[in-house]
Design a protein around this ligand. Structure first.
Ligand code: NAD
Ligand code: DAU
Length: 334
């Protein structure tokens, strides 16, 4: 199988490439990534010597580039490439429209022209919006609240339209919050771990009682692998870890693992439009594709903490780059 992974130098994409190269010795993987602030080739150092892995620097919204690539024949496209951070979408919506919507359209169009047999659009639970009680199924209406979530919802609708209109074999996956190795430091878990390690304040938005359902990234990669092999064209699959935590509970647990004081927590003003709770019903993927999360949250969180402890040069390099400016911009005014 010849697979085109887009956004493979980011957090989930790089974990997915490691997973696929290990699990499928016959598969060949090409990674197309623009290397934005979030793309990091350090995430894939181990793969570089692997002859079945190829890297191409480029933009998924570049039609000529994408067409030129697809001409070489791929069996599947797994689209991870995106602007992925809610706070950044609040600061500047434009790149979210360009990559998440236009970029997805260019890939879908390429898939149509070159008869790609499988197109996985990696989406998010955020497209459903917030839910106070219960959980969203794949049939729940889309109600995105942030510019990020709105751009992902638009990409989902386009993907659906390409399936209905042109029979492009699209599958949409909607996952809950991922955590694990190689996650960029702007996200809550790596931010909290690395700030705590440096005895710096950990900013908690609002009252800290917003709820997220966490999934270890390896469980997500395994779900995607099963969907590539057994998923049904035109379907949507929710993917979640079943580990709901308030942000405060999560940060307390991290501080416990790191043996750091709760006094590092600093309450800051809330994220505008902050979704209170995400929750997904995963009956469909469980019953139809026989997938369920296998990693225990507590164990996976401690594996993640150990990974950041063991990879200080990886995260120090990020902290000293463009990230420092972003960090000041986002937190100084709060
Ligand atoms: P990330 O920000 O860590 O990585 C995104 C990657 O996409 C980076 O390598 C970046 O360089 C690349 N990229 C950005 N714009 C590009 C473009 N125009 N062309 C080519 N490459 C481009 O993101 P992530 O957390 O790994 O998320 C991956 C995907 O999974 C996204 O589509 C996101 O919406 C979705 N998702 C993420 C989570 C989560 O918890 N992180 C949960 C559900 C869904
Ligand atoms: O739910 C899936 C989504 O999860 C993905 O689609 C997104 O790409 C991914 O970024 C993530 O979005 P969240 O906004 O939920 O993740 P984030 O890590 O930014 O924030 C998690 C929660 O923690 C959220 O309620 C906001 C809060 N938070 C976040 C940061 C960065 C804080 O309290 N303090 C912080 O410093």
């Amino acid at each position: 199988m010849k697979v085109l992974v887009t956004g493979g130098a980011g957090f989930i994409g790089s974990n997915f490439i490691h997973y696929i190269l290990k699990e499928h010795p016959q598969w060949e993987v090409t990674n197309l990534d623009k290397l934005t602030y979030a793309g990091n080739l350090d995430n894939l150092r181990d793969a570089e010597t692997e002859p079945r892995y190829h890297f191409i620097k480029g933009d998924i919204a570049d039609r000529e580039l994408v067409d030129g690539l697809l001409r070489h024949g791929y069996d599947a496209i797994i689209n991870f490439a995106a602007e992925s951070h809610v706070d950044r979408s609040i600061l500047d919506t434009s790149p979210f429209i360009e990559t998440n919507i236009k970029g997805t359209q260019v890939l879908l169009e390429g898939a149509r022209q070159y008869h790609i047999e499988r197109f996985i659009q990696v989406s998010t639970d955020e497209v459903y919006g917030s839910i106070e009680n219960g959980s969203f199924s794949e049939l729940s209406p889309l109600s995105p609240n942030s510019p990020y979530a709105a751009s992902k919802a638009a990409a989902d609708l386009l993907s659906h339209a390409y399936f209905q209109t042109y029979h492009v074999p699209v599958i949409i996956t909607r996952s809950s919050n991922n955590f694990g190795p190689y996650q960029f430091l702007e996200k809550l878990i790596p931010l909290a771990i690395t700030n705590a390690l440096e005895d710096k304040p950990i900013p908690v938005y609002g009252d800290g009682l917003n709820i997220r359902d966490w999934i270890f990234v390896v469980d997500h990669c395994r779900a995607l692998d099963i969907i590539i092999q057994k998923g049904e064209d035109g379907q949507i699959y929710n993917i979640a870890g079943g580990s709901e935590k308030t942000n405060l509970e999560l940060v307390y647990q991290l501080l416990g693992l790191l043996n750091k004081p709760k006094s590092l927590i600093t309450f800051v003003s809330d994220r505008p439009g902050h979704d209170r709770r995400y929750a997904l019903n995963i009956t469909k993927i469980t019953e139809r594709l026989d997938w369920k999360p296998e990693c225990s949250f507590d164990e996976a969180l401690s594996v993640t903490v150990d990974w950041y402890l063991g990879h200080k040069p990886w995260w120090l390099r990020i902290k000293s780059g463009e990230y420092a400016k972003y960090y000041d911009r986002i937190y100084l005014h709060r």
